[in-house]
Structures are given as structure tokens and as C-alpha cells.
Design a protein. Sequence first.
Length: 259
Amino acid sequence: MAGSLIERTLGVLEVLSTDADGLPLLVVAERLGIPKSAAHRICNELIRLGHVRQDPISQRYKLTTKLVGLGLRYLSSTGAPDIVQPVLDQLAQKSGELVRLSVIEGPRLTWIAKAQGARSGLVYDPDMGKEAPLFCTASGHAWLAALSDADAEAMLDAQGLETDHPVGPNAPRSKQEVFEHLSQTRQRGYSWAQDIMGPGTAAMAALIRHPRDGHPQGVLSIAGPSVRLDAARVEELGPELLNAAAEISQATPTSRLFT
């Protein structure tokens, strides 16, 4: 029962994090597949603890900023902002696109920091804090390409070839197609995914490694509209991306975020 309650409580928080306008209690219960009464008890307890509030007019349940504050305090305590953000800002300025950092924790790759280089026109800006689907993202390909084929296949089997995000027309439909991308990534030194994660979007990514033993710790990526991140532009930005990833790699031992 204790484990089930914890899972349900975390599930409520995750569901509410998807909508800034909040969600009706029935929607929360349906998305988690739990009774409405159970969802009501959990939401009330989260309200008591300050993590959730209920809009007095719409009656929708919404997250407060308490969890955001916890996350920001943790990130600050790791020393990562001082180390990473200047590198992200510089690469975003040079590329004119969205630059993101993701960290590897177990089998997950999660976007945790960004810098936006585009000031006008088309802006590609997905939400932070999401887990990157390995089979259809440049970040996922950069990580998988650093593994053996057997380990990469095991990761794909564990996560699957599906995502709730609308993928693009070039998204891999099989493990064989994913491995074709991994082969190109290994030859190139960084990944490039065009119209894969979503229609009209493109991204390129390079691995961040521990400077001593070389094990993967995160991924640095540049993302933007496909019309701007074409083959010529990707080739031009490749050295800048690799240099920035190498700079972060050298600094990772000084931040607890990467341990």
C-alpha cells in the first residue's frame, strides 16, 4: 500500500505538470487509472503540503511553484549553473538556435538546462524536465551511439519505439533504422536528426563524457527549424558543438550534477 500510494502521489504531480491551467479531478483520475476518490485524497494532501492548489472558480487542481523551487535549489547546489550556463549561452549566441543540456541518470536522459539563441522568427522551444525518447531524438542518438550495439539494443528494448510526442516523417520505425542513424553518428562524431522528433524540426547533439574514464554523462544539443538546420548549417556548427561539449566534459568533475 505504501509503495502504491507513493507511485500515485508522484503520478498526480507528473500529470499536473503537463498543464499550467490545471486539470479537473476527473481528468487526473482517468489519466492515472485510479478512482476519483483516491485522486481527491491525494490532491487534498498535496494541497496541505503546499505542492498543489485548487482554483476557487474553475475547481481545477494546479501545481504551485514549490516543486520548481526545490528543483532550482537542487540545481544551484550542484554548481552546474555557474559551470554550464556560460557555455550554453555562448553556443546559443553562435548558432542562433536553442541549445539544451541533458543529463544521464540510469536509463534516462533528461533535459535540464537551455539557452535560446533565436531572437525573432521561428523559435523552437520544448519544455525542460522531460525525458528524451532515445529512438527519435538527436540527444538519444548521441548517447546510444557511444554504447555497444548490444547495450544500445537493450536500451531501445527497454524504452520502446513509441512516444506520446508527435514524431516527424523521418522518425525511425524499427531498431534497424535507429542503428543506421547511430552508424552515421559514429562516423560524424555527433548526431543529426531532421524531421524526426517532430515535423519541421531538426537537432544535432554531441556526447558529454567524464574527462578521465570517458563514460557518458550527458548530451549537448542544438535544436531549431529544419529550414535553418540543414546539412550545410549542421556541418558548419559541428566543430562549435563538439568544442562546447568538450568544455563541459572537462568541467563535469567539479559539479555534483554529473556524479
